[in-house]
Ligand binder design. Sequence first.
Ligand code: SAM
Length: 418
Amino acid sequence: MSQPKRLTEVSELRNFASYCFEGQQQSYEELHRRLREFRIDIDLSRFQTLDPFSDTYIKEQLKFYEELTGKRYGLANEATDVNVEQSRYRPYPYGTGSNKVVGAHLAAIGKLIEHMPVDPPAKVLDMGPGWGNTTIALAQTGYQVSALDIERRFIDLINLRAQDAHVDVITKVGAFDQAHMLGEKFDCALFYESFHHTPYHNELLANLINNCLTVDGRLYFVGEPILDHNPVPWGLRLDPMSVYSICQFGWFELGFSTDYFYEVLRRQGYECDRIQFTELTDANQFTARKRHPRSTYEPGEHFQSRQNEAHWNKPEQEVDFQFTKGFAELRVNPPVGTTRAQLKVSNFSPLDKQVVIKTDIDTRDIMLEANGSQDVVLDLTETCETLSIDTDSWSPKKLGLSADERELGVAVHRIELS
Ligand SMILES: C[S@@+](CC[C@H](N)C(=O)[O-])C[C@H]1O[C@@H](n2cnc3c(N)ncnc32)[C@H](O)[C@@H]1O
């Protein structure tokens, strides 16, 4: 196949979108064939120097949207031209006539239901349910589902589909930030390919957490473009399918970097876990729950929080420690009154190792002998958020000791805060 054509100017994008739309009129396969003809490479450096939590950043993204679409962003732009009667028995993805699209969608919904962070008959708020595929499947599974969507035709469709399936679903036409108007407390708010439609995601989460979730209410994000290597903390996506959707339909198609996404939740007092499927890239899941104070951190169970996966090797089988990769951080949330951290570190390499351990107010710089262990006690305050352990990494294979190719730092045992 020839190299994709590189588009570097915003002015080229609307023609690109019209060309792809003509393809979509023929078939989904033709649309995707046309999308593959292009690579979009627009300079995003203006976002890299701005604080992603600032109003200026939001304004710059809205300005970028205007450049791409030629119009201002408003919620009305999220409209979808859906034929309610036709979709009643053959909703998206069936209407695409593509076995690939249908298969991927059903597989993602299957994983979504399998990993629901709460069990039936919990109350679930389906945010931006679209055609209602998740809404109906969750209601049939026994959840008490409410569905909120800005598009009236989607809500009409869901009401009909719920009637056909003999399930009760509470529906509301409205914007995400009107979720509190449902007047309910939910055990879980679900976003399936919908969270990335709002520039105001920080306010949206604050409203959900403060007004719509139960005390231990979960957030569940599925199929959202949250990527380790997103070019900006958050912003309009520039893959051909997203640019097509933005320019042709006016939808706000955002992508997030994983770090930014975790930080958004952290600022709301939530901690987040990721379930990633190598086979099903569209079904990535993030579950989040309120961060509760904790005084004991166990290897495997707490070290390998998905936020720290870059820092820790996978947990060992049947041992009470976990290897860092060299530098490692552990997110902590000390209970009120906590003043110290206590941990044991072991050096399983054949060489002595310098290890630096830090809390918010204390540092220990220790020399760990080859095959030696040491107990370490540090001061910390109850507002301490991370404990870091820094050392050079080593590889058993490179040292000719075994076939183990991993980069290892030190082994860390249970950590206790008191
Ligand atoms: C890509 S669709 C996802 C639909 C569904 N969750 C699924 O995956 O099949 C995004 C949905 O979010 C809705 N939506 C977008 N922005 C919204 C907003 N600000 N408030 C409420 N709904 C919104 C759209 O109308 C649409 O139904």
